[in-house]
Structure formats: C-alpha cells, structure tokens
Design a protein around this ligand. Structure first.
Ligand code: 9MR
Length: 572
C-alpha cells in the first residue's frame, strides 16, 4: 500500500529535546499565518503562537507553513500540536529522547553479523538465528571462497563481517565507510568527553564486559572481515582488496542467511576497495591503540600494504555490469579514495610521504569534497576533510584553519538549504537519490562536526532538525526509523526481517533506517505505486521496494553516529 499522510501537521513523532529546536511543518494553502497551540495529553494548552508562511516546498510540491515552539522547554509526553483544527501525531519532550536510539541503531550491526549465531539472550527469540556463511550445508560458507572465473586460482577465508543490507553480500566499499563511521562516532564522543556512553557493556553484544568499548568491538567485527579481503602476499594483486564477496545468483525474499544455498564468489580486486581498506585500517591503528596495541599494529601494517598496492594499481575499477547475485558498488572515480586513505594514514603516522599525498591531492582544496548532496560510499573525500579537521595532525596551522573553515562553510550551506525548505531537509530537491536518508545523515554529521569545532548552537540545531525530518517531520508524515514515532517504516527490504512476506519472520528491529525517498524509482514496486511522485514523496514502505526501502550498514552507521551525538546532554 502507498504510504498516506495522516495529518497536515508534521512533527518529529519521537519528540523533541527540552533544550533543542522544536519546529513543525504545516501543509496548508492558507496565505496568512495560522494560530498554533501546543497541548498536553490532558488537553491543556501550554504554548501558542502563529505560523510563518513558507510557500511551496520544491521537494514535496506542498504549500507549507512553519510552527516554532522552541521556547517551550518543559519535559512531558503525549503532546500534540494543533493547527487549524488538525492535530499532529503525539510526541514527547524529554532530555533522554535519543538514549534508546543510540543503542538500537548500534545494535543493528550485531543483527547484521555474518558467520556467528545471533543469540536470543542478546536480541530476543524473534531475531535469533544460527550462524550462517561458515560452510554449514546447504549454505556454501565464506571460509573457503573461490573467485569468479578468471579472477584467481585459490580460495580465501573471508568469514565474518556484516551483511551489507537486505541481501547477504559483503562489500568492501560500503563496509569500509560503515566501520569508519562507527569508529569515528566513538572517537568524536571521546574528544567531547562522552566516550563512556559508547563504552564497554553499553550494547547487547557477545563482547560486552571484555574491557573494550562496545562500539569498537562491533566495528572490529567488520574490520577483521575487511582485512581478510586483502589479497595475500605472493599472489597477483597482492595487498589489494577484493571488491566484494556474494552469491553467484540473487536469492529471493525471504531467505534466511543460514539457508542461502547459492555458491559464494570473490570478485576482482579494485582500487576503491583497496583504498577503503587502507583508510579504515589506518583509522583502526589510531583509535584502537589505547585498547589493543597489538591489533592496532596489525591494522597499520595492513593499511600500509593496501596503500602501496593501490599506488601500484591506481585504476582498477569495479564495473556497473558486475551485478548478478550482488550489487555492483561501481566507482570509476578513486582520487577521492586516495585522498581519504592518505589523510587516515597521515593522521595515524604523521609520516611525510602520507602528508605529501594529502597536500598534493586536488581534493585537499577542492570545494567538491563537501557538497550539498553529501558524501557516501562512492564519494569519500569529505571523510578525509572531517578527519583532518578534528584529529590533531602536523599540517601547518594555516592549512588546518582552512580545512576547518571548509567544514563550517559546508555546514552553513546545509543550514541555508534547510532554511529555504518547508521541511528543513539538508539536501536539495534534486538530492533524493537511492539512500537519500544517508545523504541527510551524512550532511548532519558535517553540521555536528562544525558544532564540535565551534560550539555554535545553530549547528547542533541543524543536526536535531535533520533528525526531525527522519523521525516524521516530512512529506509522508512517517518516521523512517523502525520503532520510533507514531507511524514508522516497518517493511524494509530484508531477507530475514521479512514479516510482510512470511508471518513467522520478524519485522526489522527498532532502530533500522529505511533508505528513503528516491525519485529514480529504480524498482518495480516503486514504479507501480509511485509514478509522478514529488522527489520527497518517492518512498513506499513495502518490502519489495529495494530502491526506496532497503536498510544498509552504511545508512545505519551515520544514524548511530547522530543518535550518539543527539543523546549527549548539552553543557548548560
Ligand atoms: O546504496 C547503493 C546505491 O548508492 C546505488 O545507487 C545502488 C545501485 O547500484 O546500490 C545500492 O546498494 C545496494 C547494493 O548494490 C546491493 N545491496 C543493497 C544495497 C542497498 O540498496
């Protein structure tokens, strides 16, 4: 069924922070301001005011007003905003609003783990499943995987890691950015003095209680896999990373991972995957050092080898045509990945050669590194900028100032974009691509980084309003995060969380982010139901719509990053 809007008064349905911005979007053709009332569950009016007329919102095609009730700062639950006789969905105002999303969005990664049983004691019986892709019939396993024809004449143990999304593929380029984002989430919180919220025993994962921060344990599950994807010494393309490993043919929905009977195959190494490995392994070396110095050393050695291999093979591209049984994750622009890897190797080692690779890259000064549409698995230069802006390094002070200014300028651009829109979304009307919600989250990360650099509240407000968009203040009056809000996405495209097709299987667990509106309508369900949609409304909560409603690790990772940020109590 097509998602239908339930009320013209659109709010963050999960709620608002007492000290944060509180704005709603009202869809109305009225040309004059309208009266709004904030009411408690009892019906008592606690605040009132008048809307501001916005006019037509390009992305949704709707005529909108904005109601701003930020001045009301008292906690409570069951509030509704009433405009023109219409009630919003009910919502809370409370300081601990993002605490549960912080752990739920991080728990997504344990659910997505490959090669290990998902324990009922940690996730509950509905989400438990046996280990998969470790060579137990009928599953072909990832312990001894051959290459696609002509790619290699040996097998490799590439067990573990996370499934990338609703399918059972494991891909280095989106796995890399996801692991980086989780590790960066921890590093950011640590710089802010708030690492304990992501520390040991904060997540329901098997490693809790091992003395290592749980977010790092979770990232390590993927890092170990990424390192297993490196071509061994003595083989052709030694030091590079295989681009991906997945099934020989696409499986259907539902398919429990342990029942996947398709042969698994390694696909040709690529320069992009190799540089992703170099970047994430170098970041691992820097961030894991205080917790496991042996592991950190191993990460650094892998990163150096990968960097050298990418330099020796700078133009091996993953083709778009390689999309049977798994996604292509094609990318023919890898100079940005060179930049990102160089920044991480430089931040980890301080060595001159890596510094030169940073400063000689066109991405070091290009305005294309931080764009209105945001970064993603294919466009990674922004990650390098964020690292150089936040991690102490030996670049000249003037250069660091310039890098930081590029981050705050990009954040100001996002704020300006939001101000011009009916729903305050930090992407332009032409930015509703496959996974648009992650372009929103990644631009919000840029604003959060600007907040960390400057302490200016407007950036934090931009982050929180981006969360408002994801959690219901949008053209569909729907939260894109399972379990959060009055009406939320619950049929995301997934082979195991496939309750829509098989009642014995669960819906996605709480804290799973849908890809979001995609004006490209790149799947049959979207094509059937969404023809003619305005960009911001090109979304359907149907398990078949993989181009608008899938989940991925590279979309949930920035959600988790932001939830951890938003959950921090702002210093008074
Ligand atoms: O997230 C990817 C998006 O940027 C691409 O446009 C799209 C088409 O190539 O693929 C997306 O990634 C999918 C991958 O190819 C296969 N597993 C599911 C991923 C999310 O839909």
């Amino acid at each position: 069924p097509a998602a239908t809007a339930t009320t013209p008064v659109r709010v963050n349905q999960a709620g608002y922070l007492p000290d944060g911005p509180k704005r709603a979007t009202v869809v109305t053709a009225a040309t004059q301001p309208l009266a709004w009332q904030l009411r408690k569950a009892s019906g008592t009016v606690v605040a009132s005011g008048r809307t501001v007329v916005h006019g037509t919102d390009t992305a949704s095609g709707e005529a909108t007003h904005t109601a701003d009730f930020s001045a009301y700062q008292k906690a409570g639950s069951g509030f509704v905003l009433v405009v023109d006789g219409q009630n919003s969905a009910p919502f809370d105002i409370r300081a601990d609003l993002y605490d549960s999303l912080r752990s739920d969005s991080m728990a997504f990664f344990y659910h997505q783990r490959s090669g290990t049983p998902i324990e009922a004691s940690l996730v509950g019986p509905a989400y438990a499943r046996p280990a998969a892709h470790i060579g137990v019939a009928p599953n072909q396993g990832d312990t001894n995987v051959p290459c696609q024809a002509g790619v290699c004449d040996y097998t490799q143990d590439v067990r573990g890691g996370w499934y990338d999304a609703g399918d059972h593929g494991k891909y280095v380029v989106n796995g890399g950015i996801s692991a980086w984002t989780l590790v960066d989430s921890f590093a950011r919180a640590k710089r802010a003095g708030n690492a304990s919220a992501l520390g040991d025993s904060t997540l329901r994962i098997p490693e809790r209680g091992n003395g290592v921060p749980d977010v790092l344990d979770e990232a390590r599950w993927e890092l170990d896999f990424l390192m297993r994807m490196q071509v061994p010494e003595g083989k052709p393309y030694a030091g590079m990373a295989f681009h991906k490993i997945h099934d020989a043919a696409w499986t259907g929905i539902p398919t429990r991972p342990e029942l996947d009977a398709q042969p698994r195959e390694l696909h040709r190494p690529s320069t992009a995957a190799t540089l992703n490995l170099a970047a994430t392994a170098a970041q691992c070396a820097r961030v894991f050092k205080p917790y496991d110095s042996t592991y950190a050393k191993r990460c650094l050695s892998v990163a150096r080898t990968a960097w050298a291999a990418a330099k020796a093979n700078p133009a091996i591209y993953a083709p778009e045509s390689d999309s049977t049984g798994g996604g292509p994750y094609n990318d023919t622009q890898v100079t940005d990945d060179f930049y990102w890897a160089a920044t991480e190797l430089y931040a980890a080692t301080g060595e001159r050669a890596y510094q030169d690779a940073v400063t000689s890259s066109p991405w070091h000064t290009s305005s294309g590194a931080l764009t209105p549409t945001g970064f993603n698995w294919a466009d990674t230069a922004a990650l390098g900028r964020l690292t150089l802006a936040t991690v102490p390094n030996g670049l000249p002070a003037s250069d660091i100032r310039r890098v930081r200014a590029s981050v705050t300028a990009a954040a100001d651009g996002h704020l300006a974009m939001m101000a011009g829109q009916g729903y305050a979304v930090p992407i332009p009307a032409n930015g509703y691509v496959w996974g648009s919600n992650s372009q929103v989250t990644n631009n919000a990360i840029v604003m959060a980084t600007a907040y960390a650099l400057t302490g200016q509240q407007r950036y934090r407000a931009g982050v929180l309003e981006s969360m408002d968009y994801l959690l219901g203040r949008n053209a569909l009056d729907l939260s894109y995060v399972t379990g959060y809000g009055d009406t939320y996405a619950r049929n995301q495209h997934h082979r195991f969380w496939a309750n829509q097709y098989d009642a014995s299987l669960p819906n996605p667990p709480s804290g799973s982010l849908a890809g979001g509106p995609n004006s490209g309508l790149q799947d049959p369900v979207a094509q059937e139901h969404l023809a003619g949609c305005s960009p911001a409304a090109c979304y359907i909560d149907d398990i078949g719509s993989y181009s608008t409603n899938e989940v991925t690790v590279n979309w949930n990772a920035p959600l988790a990053w932001l939830a951890a940020f938003a959950a921090e109590r702002c210093p008074p």
